[in-house]
Design a protein around this ligand. Structure first.
Ligand code: ADP
Length: 436
């Protein structure tokens, strides 16, 4: 599921600030060192080539000031990123033009622009920037070749030698290929970085959750045991009283209520103990696709939600994992039931099972229900956290602690009004060998 838009926008906003700062620093250094080099070969501080370089540094400072002001007003950071990167391609063309055109040593700056655009823009946006760079460079060198424009010649630059006509096409082609290759490569690397960051974030969340649960579990287990015994004596005593005293419909009704409530409390305490110390299961190697199908069949028959919700399952075959089938049933049923309850009227649940890297398999359960606000998403695995009138808030915490005992990862992503996706990451096991 996508990240919330505000989060992406604020990340982009900070990256844009860094870009604006780096631009001023980098161009000042680059053009400043060119000026120092020029001063060594020129007689005057006010030679035309130097004036142009002064002007460019001033222009970039001015542009950065305008960007800083605009940053406070522009709502859509992505559009602003496109504008800045596109303007940067123009600045690079200008730098190449004033430093010798074909002979300029600064044509590599196009690659710098493409590389940082991959940090800001989506993949196809980076390719578009690479195309814009290629077009600008190609057109400029062609115009120079046909003598329609004459680039500025810096003192001591290579332009003093004759224009090597034959290799023009070759140089333009090499630059274009380099732009495209860098765009593809840096786009790929940027995507990998985002993926890795996301995985790390999920792991970090998981570790925090496990630490918190271990602490709560220890406390809870002690308390639950203390409650369970007096509760059993209470229920037993009322039962005896009910049998011994003379029948009175009013008293009998009161005792029935007391028994029902002690039953409810006992079940709650039992569930709570399950969260605190999940019972060790009988581990078997199960075919995940088959187990999911079994639960789905049962869910279709039993759940009142099944008539208004369509469930689609896209599952890879031959994914075996080690788990107690009862535990898997309990975990999957709970997630499925929550998904169904999150859908108010008609909706959809998509189940996806696929193989992943490092001998792991991923099971995703996605619904298009009400979703969970970002501030409550952190709490949904906490025991007793519920938003339902009759919920216990124990389902997900039990599921989490059960999976925890197997070392499997359960994570969640959600967007309000769009839906929720639970992701279960499990280690694959070898299929069981046939007996005999
Ligand atoms: P319960 O179902 O008894 O409330 P759970 O631990 O199973 O307890 O779930 C805790 C809370 O997490 C739910 O009350 C609900 O607010 C939220 N939740 C769980 N799954 C989903 C989902 N698929 N969509 C929206 N909210 C969910």
């Amino acid at each position: 599921m996508d990240k919330p838009l505000e989060k992406i926008d604020s990340e982009l906003h900070s990256k844009l600030k860094l870009l604006m700062f780096s631009r001023v620093l980098f161009t000042s250094f680059l053009l400043g060192s060119t000026i120092i080099f020029q001063l060594g070969t020129s007689d005057s501080f006010l030679a035309v080539s130097l004036l142009v370089l002064y002007g460019m540094i001033g222009g970039i400072f001015l542009l950065s000031c305008i960007y800083i002001i605009l940053l406070a007003f522009i709502r859509d950071s992505l559009v602003f990123a496109y504008i800045q990167v596109a303007v940067d391609t123009g600045i690079v063309s200008l730098i190449v033009f004033v430093t010798g055109g074909y002979t300029s040593v600064f044509s590599f700056l196009y690659l710098v622009v493409i590389i940082y655009s991959s940090i800001l823009l989506p993949r196809w946006g980076v390719l578009a920037i690479a195309a814009i760079c290629s077009i600008q460079y190609g057109v400029m060198i062609d115009l120079e070749y046909f003598e329609i424009i004459t680039p500025m010649v810096l003192e001591g630059s290579l332009s003093a030698i004759s224009f090597p006509g034959k290799s023009v096409l070759f140089k333009v082609m090499v630059t274009i290929v380099a732009c495209c290759a860098v765009a593809i490569l840096s786009g790929f690397l940027a995507e990998q970085t985002v993926k890795t960051k996301k995985e790390l974030q999920l792991l970090e969340d998981q570790v925090k959750r496990v630490e918190k649960m271990a602490y709560m579990g220890e406390m809870a287990a002690g308390m639950a045991h203390e409650i369970k015994n007096p509760l059993a004596s209470l229920a037993g005593s009322i039962q005896l009283l009910r049998e011994d005293i003379q029948y009175d419909p009013y008293h009998d009704k009161l005792m029935q209520i007391a028994l029902r409530e002690t039953d409810r409390l006992s079940e709650l305490v039992g569930n709570f103990l399950l969260f605190a110390r999940p019972q060790a299961g009988k581990i078997e190697t199960i075919d995940l696709r088959e187990s999911i199908r079994e639960v789905l069949e049962l869910f279709g028959k039993n759940s009142e939600c099944s008539s208004r919700i369509s469930i689609s399952a896209n599952m890879a075959a031959g994914v075996w994992i080690e788990i107690d089938p009862v535990h898997f049933h309990q975990v999957f049923w709970n997630i499925l039931l929550n998904a169904a309850e999150a859908i108010e009227q008609e909706g959809r649940i998509d189940i996806r099972l696929y193989e992943s890297r490092n001998n792991t398999a991923i099971l995703e359960i996605e619904d298009n229900g009400c979703g969970v606000p970002e501030e409550t998403l952190k709490m949904i695995f906490d025991p007793f956290f519920t938003t339902k009138a009759t919920g216990t808030g124990l389902g997900l915490s039990i599921a989490h602690s059960i999976l925890e005992t197997y070392g499997y990862l359960l994570s969640v992503e959600s967007t309000v009004s769009r839906g929720t996706v639970f992701t279960l990451k499990v280690n694959r096991a070898a299929p069981p060998q046939p007996v005999g």
